[in-house]
Ligand binder design. Sequence first.
Ligand SMILES: Nc1ccn([C@@H]2O[C@H](COP(=O)(O)OP(=O)(O)OP(=O)(O)O)[C@@H](O)[C@H]2O)c(=O)n1
Ligand SMILES: C[C@](O)(CO)[C@H](O)COP(=O)(O)O
Length: 230
Amino acid sequence: MDKGWGVVIVAAGRGTRMGTTESKQFLLLQGKPVFIHTLEVFAALDEIREMILVTGAADVERCLDWVKEYQLESRVRVIPGGKERQHSVHEGLRALGTDGVLVHDGVRPFVTREQIRDCMAAAASGEGAVLAVPVKDTIKQVNAEGFVTATPDRSSLWSIQTPQAFRLSSLLEAYNSAERDGFLGTDDAMLAERQGMSVKVVEGSYTNIKLTTPEDLQYAAFWLGGEKKR
Ligand SMILES: Nc1ccn([C@@H]2O[C@H](COP(=O)(O)OP(=O)(O)OP(=O)(O)O)[C@@H](O)[C@H]2O)c(=O)n1
Ligand SMILES: C[C@](O)(CO)[C@H](O)COP(=O)(O)O
């Protein structure tokens, strides 16, 4: 990885499940926008040489203002994203010039530097790596009528998070291939898996939540309050 690592942080979603007027990536946690909390974790790592923030076209200017306010302008470039997460990631990958790439959700502000380093280390020795946690609940498959059709063995089920780490050229090829085939996935590894790439699962933590629904904001406030007291 001579040209080092870059990160694509996606923050171009509308946050429909959160249901707030302001998009969830711009909500304030302890007075600071969620996506700035996220950027700061990655900016603190010297091994990350390039950082791309992908946001909605209408939000590029105000994101640049926030990036300057938090003195991140020497570290972060801001570009417009696309209709779905996959399109936004694709734009970010095209903008990078590093050997390795991490893809991370702008609305996962509680990732740690250690977890990011664990992902990079796992990907450097293979083809890809994702942060994840074992599922804690019993999972059931349910049909359209609301009846259980199967109970998969929980011991092999993991809940997948970000960051997800790959060699940039391989992930870009996977994204180009998905675009050609009209395939839409829900994470980056799905596109790599289609190419036959092996993806290593790195155990993370249950605290690396994605802010998705309103109760996640209460958890975020509680968690940040506790962190600050330490
Ligand atoms: N067109 C999109 C859609 C999503 N994302 C980003 O992908 C991450 C994870 O997506 P999700 O939680 O689904 O975000 P939203 O699409 O904003 O939420 P919802 O599905 O509830 O509308 C978020 O950081 C989001 O901003 C993006 O960059 N571009
Ligand atoms: C990539 C991801 O964070 C993995 O959990 C997730 O897929 C992002 O978006 P989603 O819309 O909540 O599936």
